[in-house]
Ligand binder design. Structure first.
Ligand SMILES: Nc1ncnc2c1ncn2[C@@H]1O[C@H](COP(=O)(O)OP(=O)(O)O)[C@@H](O)[C@H]1O
Ligand SMILES: [Mg+2]
Length: 247
């Protein structure tokens, strides 16, 4: 078996990129992750090309559904699979260290159910809260996402993602803080209106049609002035034009 080494220099050369800070577990034998200010780069060595293609397909389908980081590039080269993806704020284990009273299990189940609706089984989620990522939204709510689809495959009746789901080692409580499965703006607010922050902005701009008000007054005044002196300016104009043409 050929062992592909994944040191930083090899990764940078293979994918023609510059990598900055390494994140995630540093002694891992699976993936290597780097944080590049805007994106997270994830490198792994799938068993073969078919496995790499399936992982890309699953990760992209989950991202499209809004339940996994958005992917801006996915490449399989020299036996290495690279994902360049949306940077989240961390994983669920880290989140529960930050807020010890969160009531997150229901949302984790919803997240997995949404993934199952794509007809895939994750297979490394039931006992692994580090494969759940989080992002704190603008309104203070928290969005949860799935990641690490290395072991995922087409779902069959043997899928144990939910039946064996157990994060009992994580601190949890009954906080009222809103926790959402996936992208926050796809969900309605508590009041029922869509949570897209752009919608209120657009109606505001066309609200200033004040211009028609001002032209009204000069329009009525002008006809009153103009009929008073209709002849004189016309004559002057006729006199001026031939002078210009002569020059
Ligand atoms: N898009 C991301 N944004 C922020 N952190 C991430 C992202 N993807 C992964 N991580 C971090 O890296 C860790 C390992 O990522 P993962 O894809 O699960 O690789 P591994 O195969 O090593 O388990 C995650 O638990 C999380 O802390
Ligand atoms: Mg993982």
């Amino acid at each position: 078996m050929i062992i592909i080494r994944m040191n930083k220099a090899v990764l940078e050369e293979t994918f023609n990129i510059t990598l900055k800070k390494r994140i995630g577990p540093l002694n891992t034998v699976d993936a290597q992750l780097y944080n590049n200010n805007t994106y997270v780069y994830r490198f792994s060595k799938p068993a073969n090309e078919a496995a790499a293609k399936l992982e890309i397909k699953i990760a992209e389908a989950a991202a499209k559904k809004g339940i996994a980081p958005k992917i801006s590039n996915a490449l399989y080269k020299n036996g290495i699979l690279m994902f360049r993806m949306e940077k989240m704020h961390g994983n669920l284990e880290e989140l529960t260290r930050k807020f010890k009273d969160l009531d997150f299990m229901g949302t984790v189940k919803d997240l997995i159910r949404e993934f199952h609706s794509l007809k895939y089984c994750h297979k490394d989620i039931a006992k692994n809260p580090r494969n759940v990522l989080y992002k704190i939204n603008q309104d203070g709510s928290i969005s949860l996402y799935l990641t690490d689809f290395t072991t995922s495959s087409i779902k069959n009746s043997d899928c144990r993602d939910i039946t064996q789901l157990n994060y009992r080692d994580l601190p949890m409580g009954k906080s009222e803080r809103r926790i959402i499965a996936g992208n926050w703006y796809t969900l309605p607010t508590l009041g029922g209106s869509p949570r897209t922050p752009r919608t209120p902005k657009t109606p505001r701009t066309p609200k200033t049609p004040r211009t028609p008000k001002t032209p009204r007054t000069p329009k009525t005044q002008r006809p009153l002035v103009l009929p008073k002196t209709p002849g004189t300016p016309k004559r002057r104009l006729f006199l001026k034009i031939p002078r210009v043409n002569n020059l």
